[in-house]
Design a protein around this ligand. Structure first.
Ligand SMILES: Nc1ncnc2c1ncn2[C@@H]1O[C@H](COP(=O)(O)OP(=O)(O)OP(=O)(O)O)[C@@H](O)[C@H]1O
Ligand SMILES: [Mg+2]
Length: 485
C-alpha cells in the first residue's frame, strides 16, 4: 500500500472543490449588474472561500485621489480616505500583493479605519484590482483568517477572484452610468417637449378679432382628430403658425412635424423628395427617405401647395387615397400614417377653373378650411400684436423694455400692412435694433408707414369697426396716391 497516494488524492479533491467554488462565484459575479449588490456578493463569497472573517473592496476615485468602500457588508454607509495611506493605499500605489500576519507590526497599516468601523484587524491579504488596460481601479482585501495567516493558495485564489471582480465592477459602473445618463436624457427630453409644445400652442396665436378667435376655436375643436386641413390666407398671416398649433395640439404632438415647401421643389426631384429613393438608382445615389416617411405617425405640412405641378398633385392624391408610398427605385409599397395640412396664399378655386389645380385633391385637402384674415381686417389687434413683438424682441436682443408712443401706435394701426403680421413683426424688430431711446415715436417708423399716416391722419385704434373700415380705405387711397408717379 502506498501511504503517499491518499494524501495526493485528498489534496486534489481539496483543490478541485475550491476550483468549482471559484467557478460558481465567477458565474454569480458576472450576472450581477448592480454595483452595491455586486460588492456585497464578492465580499461574502471571498470571506467564505478563504475562511476569513471579513472582506472589503476599495475602489479608487481618480479625481479626488481617494479610496472608498462600504463601511460594512450590507451597509450603505461609505468610507473614504486618502488613496496614499494604509495597506490598501500601498497595494493601489505599487500594484503588488501584500500579505501580513499581524498588521500592528506593519508600518503601512492605517488604524483609523479600524477605529471608524469599530473592528480589530489582525491578519490581512490584499491584491490590486487591475483592469484590462492595466490600470489599477482599487484593492481587494480579506481580513483575519480564522486559522492564523493567509496562505500562498489564498493569494492565488484572491488574485483570480480580483480579476473576475474587476471586469464585473467595471461593467456595473458602465451600466450604472448609462442608466443615470438615460434618466437625465429622459428628463431633458420631457423638458424640451414641454418647451416645444408651449412655443407652438394655440395660445401663441394672438388676437381678439372675431375671425382670429374662430380660428383658435377651430384648432381646439379638431384637436383630437386627424382630419386634413387647408389653411389659406395672404402671405405673413400666420398659416405656418396655425399648422404648428394644430399639430402640437393633436395626439400626434410627440411625433414628427415635417414641412415641405412645394414652391421650392424642382419637378425632377418631386418624387424622391416626397417618397424617398433607394440606394443605387443612379451612380452614387444613397438610400434616402422622403417627407412622407419622415412624417410617419405625425403631420406633413404641404406649404405653398398652390405652386405644386399637376404631376406632383396626382402623386400626392394617390398617397392620400391609398395611404402607401413607393420609394423611387423601390418595389414594395410602404404604408404611411400621415396627417396632411396644406397651406397656400393662392386662390385654389381659381386654379381649378384655370385647370392648374386638381379639384379632387382640393376636396381631399379641405376637409376643414381655415382662412387667415389679413392684418388690415383686424386693426384693433395691431397694438396688441405690436406690443407683444416689442416685448419679445427686447427680450431676445437683451434690451431693456421699450414702449410705443400713442402716435406711433396709431400710425401702425392705420397702415395697410400688405405683408401682414410678418411685416409688422419685422418693423418692430427693426425699431428695436435702430432706436436707442426707451420710447419709439412716430418719426422712428419706416417711411411707408409714416407716409400712409400723413395721407390719412391716424384714427384712434380702439374706435368702432365702421370707422376703422373707413380709416383703412382712406389710408389705402393715400398710400396709392403716394406711390403713383
Ligand atoms: N396671430 C398671430 N399672433 C402672433 N404671431 C403671429 C400671428 N400671425 C402671424 N404671426 C407671426 O408672423 C410671422 C409670420 O407667420 P407665418 O410664417 O405663420 O405666416 P405664413 O402665413 O405662413 O406666411 P407665408 O405665406 O409668407 O409663408 C411668424 O413669426 C408668426 O409667428
Ligand atoms: Mg408660410
Amino acid at each position: 500500500m502506498d501511504p503517499v497516494k491518499p494524501a495526493v488524492v485528498r489534496e486534489q479533491n481539496h483543490l478541485g472543490g475550491k476550483f468549482v467554488a471559484i467557478l460558481k462565484i465567477c458565474q454569480k459575479i458576472n450576472s450581477e449588474r448592480d454595483l452595491t449588490a455586486l460588492l456585497d456578493l464578492i465580499a461574502v463569497e471571498a470571506t467564505k472561500l478563504m475562511e476569513a472573517d471579513r472582506a472589503t473592496i476599495f475602489l479608487l476615485d481618480q479625481e479626488k485621489h481617494e479610496l472608498w468602500s462600504k463601511v460594512a457588508l450590507g451597509s450603505e454607509e461609505i468610507l473614504r480616505f486618502d488613496s496614499g495611506v494604509g495597506i490598501a493605499g500601498a497595494v493601489v500605489k505599487t500594484g503588488q500583493l501584500i500579505n501580513v500576519e499581524d498588521v500592528h507590526r506593519d508600518a503601512r497599516f492605517y488604524p483609523a479605519i479600524d477605529t471608524r468601523t469599530r473592528y480589530h484587524t489582525q491578519s490581512l491579504l490584499a491584491v490590486p484590482l487591475r483592469n484590462f488596460e492595466g490600470q489599477t481601479i482599487g484593492a481587494f482585501e480579506v481580513l483575519n483568517k480564522k486559522s492564523g495567516a493567509f496562505t500562498g493558495e489564498d493569494e492565488e485564489i484572491l488574485k483570480a477572484l480580483a480579476a473576475q471582480a474587476t471586469v464585473a465592477i467595471e461593467t456595473a459602473q458602465v451600466v450604472g452610468e448609462m442608466a443615470r445618463r438615460r434618466e437625465q436624457l429622459m428628463q431633458e427630453n420631457a423638458q424640451l417637449w414641454r418647451e416645444v409644445e408651449g412655443r407652438f400652442s394655440a395660445q401663441n396665436i394672438l388676437g381678439n378679432d372675431a375671425k382670429i378667435q374662430s380660428v383658435m376655436k377651430m384648432i381646439k375643436q379638431i384637436s383630437d382628430t386627424s382630419v386634413n386641413v387647408l389653411i389659406t390666407g395672404e402671405s405673413g398671416t400666420g398659416k405656418e403658425l396655425v399648422a404648428k398649433a394644430i399639430h402640437y395640439n393633436s395626439p400626434r404632438t410627440r411625433r414628427p412635424f415635417v414641412a415641405l415647401n412645394c414652391a421650392a421643389l424642382p419637378e425632377n426631384l418631386v418624387e424622391s423628395e416626397l417618397f424617398g429613393i433607394e440606394k443605387g438608382v443612379a451612380t452614387g445615389v444613397e438610400r434616402r427617405i422622403g417627407k412622407f416617411e419622415m412624417a410617419h405617425g405625425g403631420t406633413l405640412l404641404l406649404d405653398e401647395i398652390g405652386d405644386l405641378s399637376l404631376t406632383a398633385q396626382s402623386k400626392i392624391l394617390r398617397v392620400l387615397q391609398e395611404r402607401v408610398i413607393e420609394r423611387v427605385g423601390g418595389r414594395k409599397a410602404i404604408p404611411v400614417d400621415v396627417r396632411i395640412l396644406a397651406a397656400t396664399n393662392k386662390d385654389l378655386e381659381e386654379g381649378i377653373k384655370k385647370g392648374s389645380f386638381r379639384e379632387d385633391l382640393y376636396y381631399r385637402l379641405k376637409v376643414i378650411h381655415i382662412r387667415m384674415p389679413p392684418l388690415r381686417e383686424m386693426r384693433e389687434d395691431i397694438p396688441l400684436l405690436a406690443n407683444h413683438f416689442l416685448a419679445n424682441s427686447c427680450r431676445e436682443m437683451d434690451r431693456k423694455p421699450m414702449s410705443l408712443a400713442p402716435q406711433a401706435l396709431s400710425s401702425l394701426a392705420n397702415y395697410p400692412w400688405p405683408g401682414n403680421v410678418r411685416e409688422l413683426e419685422n418693423e418692430i424688430k427693426r425699431l428695436v435694433v435702430t432706436v436707442r431711446r426707451k420710447t419709439i415715436t412716430e418719426e422712428d417708423l419706416s417711411e411707408a408707414i409714416r407716409s400712409a399716416s400723413r395721407a390719412s391722419p391716424p384714427q384712434n385704434p380702439t374706435q368702432e369697426p365702421s370707422l376703422k373700415g373707413k380709416a383703412f380705405t382712406w389710408s389705402l387711397q393715400g398710400f396709392i396716391k403716394k406711390i403713383r408717379p
